[in-house]
Design a protein around this ligand. Structure first.
Ligand code: AKG
Length: 214
């Protein structure tokens, strides 16, 4: 990673960790293409509430695209190439997704990011994601790129231990968070969403997260 990048920060780029940034409004110009692509994907691989290995139902509904999709059930967390709901391969990752993820990664100093997995989370009011680490991917030198659409959420960005303090980062429609390098295994999560409505998405938040999983 080019650490010199952070000597002078471009407008809209907020540093939240040594190798982590928020790119404010970065995805906004692509919102219509992104939403059309999400609609198309969810027609082939419907959103579903998955079970954690501990038997809890996740409050965010999820689907995936790309060659690998992330799933959870009583057997554990993992990636697989076939959607267990449809028995088919996950939908292809649309070009607009690839381009957005690569541009954002590069803005954050991670060149050559080749995501092969895109997890799409839909949160209704009250849904949340508990603090966790992303550690099912093979290559931890590759960053995580996470796009927020719809109503505002509070992103918790912790440390390498679950008990570490967390920063609270308000994420709005179009914001993109990138974390990698020394920050790649930082705990993170989403606080329970407060009631709100967004012009395009109504009372929903959609998070599109890119990873190089395989
Ligand atoms: O919804 C978000 O912004 C975070 C999603 C997340 O933590 C994940 O998919 O691992």
């Amino acid at each position: 990673m080019n650490l010199d990048l952070f000597d002078t920060l471009p407008a809209g780029l907020e540093k939240i960790g040594e190798q982590s940034v928020v790119l404010r409004q970065f995805a906004s110009p692509m919102q219509d293409e992104l939403m059309a692509a999400i609609d198309q994907i969810s027609r082939q691989a419907p959103f579903r509430h998955m079970l954690t290995p501990g038997g809890y139902t996740m409050s965010a509904a999820m689907t995936s695209c790309g060659s690998l999709g992330w799933i959870t059930d009583r057997k554990g967390y993992r990636y697989q190439s076939v959607d267990p709901l449809t028995g088919k391969r996950w939908p292809d990752m649309p070009h607009v997704f690839q381009a957005l993820a690569q541009q954002a990664a590069s803005m954050a100093g991670f060149e050559h990011f080749q995501p092969d997995s895109c997890l799409i989370n839909v949160y209704g009011v009250g849904a949340k994601m508990s603090l966790h680490q992303d550690k099912n991917e093979k290559d931890m030198t590759q960053p995580v790129v996470s796009v927020s659409l719809g109503i505002t959420a509070t992103f918790l960005f912790g440390g390498l231990q679950r008990k570490d303090n967390t920063q609270k980062i308000v994420l709005q429609h179009g914001d993109v968070v990138v974390w990698g390098g020394v920050d790649r295994l930082r705990y993170h999560g989403i606080l329970s969403l407060k009631p709100a409505s967004h012009l395009l998405l109504g009372e929903r938040r959609i998070n599109v997260t890119f990873r190089q999983a395989g």
